[in-house]
Ligand binder design. Structure first.
Ligand code: GLT
Ligand code: MN
Ligand code: MN
Length: 387
């Protein structure tokens, strides 16, 4: 039970299991593993796929022959292990050239270098079979708004995404682009700070149908928001192209903890949403092991993410089948249909009926909604005392 299988689409980034535990106050605590060693680790724990940034795989200053050799070895181990590469992305934040952003930099040389780096990696991603291309604009922001115009930055960002959509089409790649929001860190403020902001931005693009979002749980929690609500909105808009699962305390720095580590109830409702709607994309764990861990601990971390997901999935099915919970829900919603003739498309006749209908305000307001009972039953189910 709770064994990961390919159909679960569990993926990890090379940068997640490869994270060496450095933080702003201390250096790495784990020796680095090569991309090939990381593939072996992921195959051992039962992941379906691996995602990568260009420079997780190929050092930024690799020579063409080093690059070719790395790609050859990587492809061989992918073939041997059966691991897929569903998503690729570009590192547009580590190198000092990106110190003031990439696509939103005021310097045209930086913006064009970011385009170059992205196109080169889109070529490789397509070769490795990636269907989703993620854009996380970690440095696309400011510390001081004296430094650049937010409107100019948005314009530059729009031009870059439009350009890259055209590049993808021109190459026949069929990529879906997934924009990932984060409110802050490493910048003081990052533009388009939430998945909702990204959805608004997408509507202004030349090819909005090619572009969706990659919401990350920790990033919405950093902003104090309800992640499941953000994911529901993305799903409703047909824009949930990818998802980054992890965990963290609300309104703190980017903790990137193991999925399910902290927010049990939020994680449960998130998994329930994904499973209830039939989300078919990757379940990507964008997180890393605690700094206290060696590579055995990294495997515990990776297995824990997948196992927790599957336990939440089982709990979601249990919630949907629990007769006390379901009859309570039916009772709560029982009066919802009483004005059914008024629902649906607008007509002036309907509008006039609604305008003149005699609502018994006090009676409607006086009804207890039984949410205390429903929530307690939910908690007891999560705490494992309902069978
Ligand atoms: C980085 C960031 C993540 C992004 C990755 C993709 S890199 O680790 O914290 O949220 O998804 O660029
Ligand atoms: Mn994160
Ligand atoms: Mn992420």
């Amino acid at each position: 039970m709770y064994e990961p299988k390919p159909e679960h689409k569990f993926t990890f980034g090379l940068w997640t299991v490869g994270n060496r535990g450095a933080d702003p106050f201390g250096g790495p605590v784990r020796a680095g593993l090569s991309p090939v060693e990381l593939l072996h680790l992921l195959a051992e724990v039962g992941a379906y796929g691996v995602n990568y940034h260009d420079n997780d795989l190929i050092p930024i200053d690799a020579t063409p022959s080093e690059r070719a050799q790395i790609i050859k070895e990587f492809k061989q181990v992918l073939a041997d292990s059966g691991l897929k590469v569903p998503m690729a992305t570009t590192n547009l934040f580590s190198d000092p050239i990106f110190k003031d952003g990439a696509f939103t930099s005021s310097d045209a040389r930086v913006r064009n270098y970011a385009l170059q780096k992205t196109m080169i990696n889109m070529d490789l991603g397509a070769e490795l079979g990636a269907e989703v291309y993620v854009f996380w604009g970690g440095r696309e922001g400011t510390e001081s708004d004296a430094t650049k115009s937010a409107l100019e930055s948005l314009k530059h960002f729009r031009e870059s995404i439009n350009f890259l959509c055209e590049y993808s089409l021109a190459q026949g790649y069929d990529y879906k682009f997934a924009l990932e929001a984060k409110p802050n860190e490493p910048r003081g403020d990052i533009y388009l700070p939430t998945s909702g902001a990204m959805l608004g931005f997408i509507a202004t693009l030349d090819h909005p149908q090619m572009v969706g979002v990659n919401p990350e749980m920790a990033h919405e929690h950093m902003a104090g928001l309800n992640f499941m609500h953000a994911v529901a909105q993305a799903w409703d808009a047909g824009k949930l192209f990818h998802i980054d699962l992890n965990d963290q305390n609300y309104v703190r720095f980017d903790q990137d903890w193991r999925f399910g580590m902290q927010s049990l109830k939020q994680s449960f409702f998130l998994v329930k949403l994904l499973e209830d709607v039939g989300y078919q994309g990757s379940r990507h764990f964008d997180a890393h092991a605690m700094r206290t861990e060696d590579y055995e601990g990294v495997k515990d971390f990776a297995r824990g993410c997948m196992r927790s997901y599957l336990i939440f999935k089982e709990k979601a099915a249990q919630f949907n089948a629990d007769s006390s919970i379901q009859s309570l829900l039916a009772e709560i919603h029982s009066e919802n249909n009483s004005l059914q003739p008024f629902a649906g498309a607008f007509s002036l006749e309907k509008a006039n009926k609604i305008k003149t209908f005699a609502f018994d305000r006090q009676k409607i307001a006086a009804r207890g909604l039984r949410y205390e009972k429903l929530d307690q039953l939910t908690n007891e189910l999560l705490m494992g005392v309902r069978s």
